[in-house]
Design a protein around this ligand. Structure first.
Ligand code: PLP
Length: 408
């Protein structure tokens, strides 16, 4: 049987075999509740704390700064609502102290809808528009800061276009405006692919959301980095788990998996640094990921008349390409490709099935028709040369057939 071609790594990644092996014992032999004082419980506690250290190491952070959650959506909601909760009054509407949130029009809905919910409760929110290349302009950001801006939330890498935002620079501008202002970034699509140094480039960033299933751990796992000293109101009420920041018995197998995925991601990033600093021709995974993405992109542009890359001039994630194919309905194309064994996406996965054009692409100035004609292809570390060869034959041929059937 010919294997399917999976080019939807930004929707989810496969769980690596090493990660499955690490988590397996915690479903059966080591099932203790980490809050239990007995031996079984303490075995789980040790495993959770070991995973916390591994996640902290990926971020060059302290283990105490890691709060385990159920994924990117919860982490983003915890960051926004947790920071801004004190500015709401007891009825949940804006209180006497004014608060302003700056975010962007290109965020994932996990941030965008959390911001809209806070806005409905009376908080002041600015949604910055991106440039035509899908990035946030630092000058426009600086102009949006106000005396009562309390929180900024700007994603690190966009899930649809892969455009990388100048988060380190924006956070520096924000802290120069007011050292008390807090800065959150949704780094869900960047984790494991870009270096996230919370003591270096991102030392002015206070909160970072990560999701396990975008970095080869299972769905339903994630974390929020909360810089030491940052006060956060919990979303859930219950036990004192996660240092009072996230009540609920820990998902031990999921946390162990996330820790193992973080170790593997760190090792991969380190080997890339070594490969880049030496002149050795040996490719490590991220470098080959970028080469593969470039090969795919160049092949598609050459074979599909009129096609172009969205956010082409922005710094972009090494695994993502968002292709505008004028006149083609991306939804019909995806169905045709799926029937032939290729999985891809248009817009973000959560929007697939909905008819709304991508809010990210329309914010960049694409017309709704252009947004509906855009296809997202995102590679994983497991994408093979054979996958690319087959995709490069299949996608242009399918588009050619659709175009030909319309011409007759
Ligand atoms: N943020 C970004 C940028 C994402 O791409 C996603 C998922 O696609 C999320 C947040 C939500 O993460 P999760 O699926 O873990 O809730």
């Amino acid at each position: 049987m010919v294997s399917r071609i999976y080019l939807d790594g930004n929707a989810t990644t496969p769980v690596l075999p090493e990660v499955v092996d690490a988590m397996r014992p915690f479903w059966s032999e080591s099932f203790g509740n980490p809050s239990s004082a007995h031996h079984a419980g303490q075995r789980s506690r040790v495993a959770v704390e070991r995973a916390r250290s591994a996640c902290a190491a990926l971020l060059n952070a302290q283990p105490k700064e890691i709060v385990f959650t159920s994924g990117g959506t919860e982490s983003d909601n915890l960051a926004l609502t947790g920071v801004l909760q004190p500015y709401l009054d007891s009825r949940g509407t804006a209180g006497s102290q004014p608060a302003h949130l700056i975010t962007t029009q290109i965020e994932h809905h996990a941030v965008l809808y959390a911001a809209e919910a806070l806005e409905r409760r009376g908080l002041d929110v600015t949604y910055l528009a991106p440039t035509a290349d899908g990035t946030i302009d630092p000058a426009a950001f600086e102009a949006a800061l106000r005396p009562h801006t309390r929180l900024v939330s700007v994603m690190l890498a966009n899930n649809e276009t892969g455009a990388i935002q100048p988060v380190g620079k924006l956070a520096r501008i924000a802290k120069a405006h007011s050292p008390k202002l807090l800065f959150h970034t949704d780094a869900v699509q960047a984790a494991g692919k870009l270096r996230l140094d919370m003591a270096g480039e991102f030392k002015n960033v206070d909160l970072v959301a990560l999701s396990g299933h975008k970095m080869y751990a299972p769905q339903g796992t994630g974390l929020l980095f909360v810089r030491k000293g940052v006060q956060l109101a919990p979303l859930f009420h219950g036990g004192p788990h996660e240092r009072q920041r996230r009540a609920g018995t820990e998902n031990v197998p999921g946390i162990v998996a996330l820790g193992r995925a973080a170790e593997l991601a760190r090792a991969c990033l380190e080997s890339e640094d070594a490969a880049q600093s030496s002149t050795s021709p040996g490719l490590s995974s991220n470098l080959s990921l970028e080469a593969s993405r470039n090969q795919l992109e160049a092949g598609l542009l050459a074979a599909i008349p009129g096609a172009r890359i969205n956010a082409a001039n922005a710094p972009r994630m090494n695994n993502t390409t968002n292709l505008l194919i004028p006149g083609i309905d991306a939804e019909s194309l995806l169905i045709a490709l799926d029937l032939q064994g290729l999985s891809a996406s248009f817009g973000s996965a959560c929007q697939s099935g909905a008819t709304e054009p991508s809010h990210v692409l329309t914010a960049m100035g694409l017309t709704p028709a252009e947004a509906r004609s855009s296809l997202r292809l995102s590679l994983t570390r497991l994408t093979t040369e054979d996958d690319l060869t087959r995709a490069l034959a299949l996608i242009p041929a399918t588009i050619g057939r659709i175009r030909a059937s319309r011409a007759t």
